[in-house]
Design a protein around this ligand. Structure first.
Ligand SMILES: NC(=O)c1ccc[n+]([C@@H]2O[C@H](COP(=O)([O-])OP(=O)(O)OC[C@H]3O[C@@H](n4cnc5c(N)ncnc54)[C@H](OP(=O)(O)O)[C@@H]3O)[C@@H](O)[C@H]2O)c1
Length: 244
């Protein structure tokens, strides 16, 4: 088997960084995409290199078409990708902040549509040849909001639903050469604005505990490695989606 190269979007911090760390430790060459967390991502790579891992940082604002196009070119022209193809593409970048429907401007919805749907669409399309060459797979990070109403988060949940459906559609359309799956985290790592009431959220989770970033990294790794799973949404949420 050739060298496994994986692109993770939004990989400078939090769940994306944990996933990058795990995959580098497992011998993958990880392309850590960031928008602003360059220093943090470089530190993730540097620390992994001490353990024999390898990776590098690519910068792009995924709400800007020309940046997305440049990112695609950076990935598909990367010497390791030219040689081995792209083993994994993880659509992780996101923005999660509540505001009531009445007060959320259309522009916010458009930006999230670009981030959660258009950029994954364009990146998957642009990297398709490389994914096929490696017999690779795609993982989309969705969440537990599917089919439910979440106050002040319509712009987030609707665009995550779009990503989920795009991924499931592609699981059928890109088979048999490329597998496509989703990971749906539950209460894993509080955003700054929800830190105070995160304990109340976790109280609603059947297992009564939040997961860790490493649990999401393990789920993503599992889906990338598994040879038969495709069109699957893996809930990593302590059973939350079962009861809400
Ligand atoms: N945390 C949880 O408990 C939880 C729960 C459910 C679902 N999820 C999903 O799991 C994934 C990871 O969660 P997270 O909390 O680690 O994510 P996050 O911190 O909200 O976002 C990850 C990264 O997305 C990048 N990003 C934001 N806007 C961008 C833009 N315009 N262009 C390019 N990159 C942009 C940021 O990169 P820079 O820092 O480089 O700017 C950020 O570090 C997300 O898709 C999230 O929706 C998480």
């Amino acid at each position: 088997m050739g060298r496994q190269v994986v692109l993770i979007t939004g990989a400078g911090q939090r769940l994306g960084a944990a996933t990058a760390r795990r995959l580098m430790n497992q011998g993958c060459h990880v392309l850590l995409h960031v928008r602003s967390s360059i220093v943090q991502a470089e530190a993730v790579v540097a620390s992994s290199e001490k353990e024999g891992g390898s990776g590098e940082v690519l910068v792009a604002d995924l709400t800007v078409d020309s940046d997305v196009e440049r990112l695609v070119q950076d990935v598909i022209c990367h010497p390791l990708v030219v040689e081995h193809g792209l083993f994994g593409l993880v659509h992780n970048a996101s923005f999660y902040s509540p505001s009531s429907f009445e007060e959320t401007p259309l522009e916010t919805f458009r930006l999230l549509s670009r981030l959660h749907m258009e950029a994954p669409y364009a990146l998957t399309q642009g990297c398709l040849g490389a994914l096929r060459r490696a017999g690779g797979s795609v993982v989309g990070l969705v969440d537990t909001s599917w089919g439910r109403s979440w106050d002040g988060l319509g712009h987030y949940t609707a665009t995550k639903a779009g990503l989920r459906q795009l991924m499931l559609n592609l699981a059928g359309e890109l088979a048999p050469h490329v597998r496509v799956n989703c990971v749906a985290p539950g209460a894993i790592m509080a955003a700054d604005w929800e830190a105070e009431h995160f304990a109340d959220v976790v109280e609603k989770v059947p297992l009564k505990r939040s997961g860790k970033a490493e649990d999401i990294a393990a789920a993503i790794h599992h889906l990338l490695e598994h040879n038969v799973l495709s069109g699957h949404v893996l809930h990593v949420d302590g059973g939350w989606s079962m009861v809400e």
